[in-house]
Design a protein around this ligand. Sequence first.
Ligand SMILES: [Zn+2]
Length: 88
Amino acid sequence: MKSLYCSIFGHQYEVSKNITYHVKEYKCSHCKSQATTSGNGGLTLLTPKYKEINSVLERIHNKRISRIKRQASEKSTENLLDFTPHFS
Ligand SMILES: [Zn+2]
């Protein structure tokens, strides 16, 4: 529901959730209407469709982060075990 304040001054969006580095969900602090980052970098209303897209994005993003973290820890173990110098 749009409040009178919002119809005059526009929504006061605050970040409610970080989906990826680039995509966030926002909530208006006055009327609680929700928005998200759209494809062109602007804001768009958070429809059920966008909610669905964001949850997929979030899952992929988290998976990627945990994979990078795992790779990083594997790499540091490798380096610890590998004492032979490489001349390549
Ligand atoms: Zn609002």
